[in-house]
Design a protein around this ligand. Structure first.
Ligand code: SAM
Ligand code: SF4
Length: 324
């Protein structure tokens, strides 16, 4: 579906839970989290129903996210149902990877097309500091499990944070050296707790990577559904990606909407814009759902407003409640 600014909206990120087994310092507070009550979380049937209508409106790619999506039961069965929706071409998942090893084979059998695994450092102590409770060993098992299960595309997502993991970024990039795994650096965004942390400038990071591995070349092929800019490094099998929403605004090419776990179709990551689909979901026919989705997509905001600090409070949700 084309929005008011002529953008083709063909990608939806579907958050299936706001809960998580980690507490990454820039994403969730340690305690005092307002959780959506279990009764208010969309059921898998409701999610599939929304996705069917989204597909009729031109959505072709879905990303399952959270909170931690693998903290919810039966994710493979949801993926199989989403894959069966006419018009849906690609279903992917983003996870912290901690419990991925045990479910990777089932995800492949369900038809998962690609996976993103969040990992900010390979250093066990700093991983625990950053996530407050995770073990990097489990994530590495998850990555190996995903590769062994034959998940076709594996991407590692890392958020560089000045003064926290900047000394680990060069070694993290090496995950792309000998395997068909892409490593992407996602700029910290001033959303939720992210406002309290300092970004690492992408140019500085590129310089560090070039000093360690040689000259980067812009990769002109197509990889994935989003705004990442990819580079090749000499001798690397995987690519290195940069997603720099703050320093290189890419809103004019934005192709996505987001569904929160409690049923809000959110049309901009930064701004609190969109529509609750719950009233439409309480009705038996899909006409109202289709109408509301169409209205929300057409009225998708032009761009985020990260540049203005005054606007940083416009979205009250934390990233774990949005899905990234
Ligand atoms: N739990 C899953 C995971 O960690 O991949 C899915 C949800 S998580 C909210 C999705 C992504 O958002 C993660 O890669 C995380 O690092 C990223 N993220 C969280 N807060 C962020 C922020 N303020 N700026 C940029 N990325 C952020
Ligand atoms: Fe959980 Fe993902 Fe947020 Fe970390 S980034 S706290 S793993 S939702």
């Amino acid at each position: 579906m084309i929005d008011h600014y002529g953008r083709d909206i063909d990608y939806a990120r579907i958050s299936i839970t706001d809960r998580c087994n980690l507490r990454c310092v820039y994403c969730m507070p340690e305690t005092g989290i307002d959780k959506v009550s279990c009764d208010d979380i969309l059921s898998y049937e409701q999610i599939v129903r929304v996705c069917r209508v989204l597909a009729r409106q031109g959505i072709r790619k879905l990303k399952i996210t959270g909170g931690e999506p693998l903290a919810r039961k039966d994710v493979p069965s949801l993926i199989a149902c989403l894959k069966a929706i006419p018009g849906i071409e690609h279903v992917s998942l983003t996870t912290n990877g901690v419990s991925l090893a045990v479910v990777a084979q089932e995800l492949t059998e369900a038809g998962l097309d690609s996976i993103n695994i969040s990992l900010d450092t390979l250093d066990p102590d700093r991983y625990r500091l950053l996530t407050r409770r995770g073990s990097v060993h489990d994530v590495l098992l998850g990555i190996a499990g995903a590769a062994a299960a034959g998940i076709q595309s594996i991407k590692i997502n890392c958020v560089p944070i000045a003064g926290m993991n900047d000394q680990d970024l060069v070694s993290l990039a090496a995950l792309a050296q000998n395997q068909d795994i892409h490593v992407r650096f996602i700029e910290m965004m001033p959303i939720g707790l992210g406002k309290q942390f300092r970004r690492v400038e992408p140019d500085l990071l590129r310089k560090l990577l070039e000093e360690a591995y040689g000259t980067m070349e812009l990769y002109r092929g197509k990889l994935g559904n989003g705004p990442a800019r990819y580079y090749s490094l000499p001798g690397f099998r995987g690519k290195i990606g940069f997603i720099s929403a703050v320093s290189e605004c890419f809103c004019e090419k934005c192709n996505r909407v987001r569904l929160t776990a409690d049923g809000v179709l959110k049309t901009c990551l930064h701004l609190d814009e969109g529509v609750s689909l719950l009233p439409a979901l309480s009705q038996d026919n899909d006409d109202l759902l289709k109408q509301q989705i169409g209205w929300a997509i057409r009225n998708k905001p032009a761009k985020h407003d990260f540049a203005s600090e005054a606007s940083w409070g416009m979205e009250r949700r934390m990233m774990s409640q949005i899905g990234g």
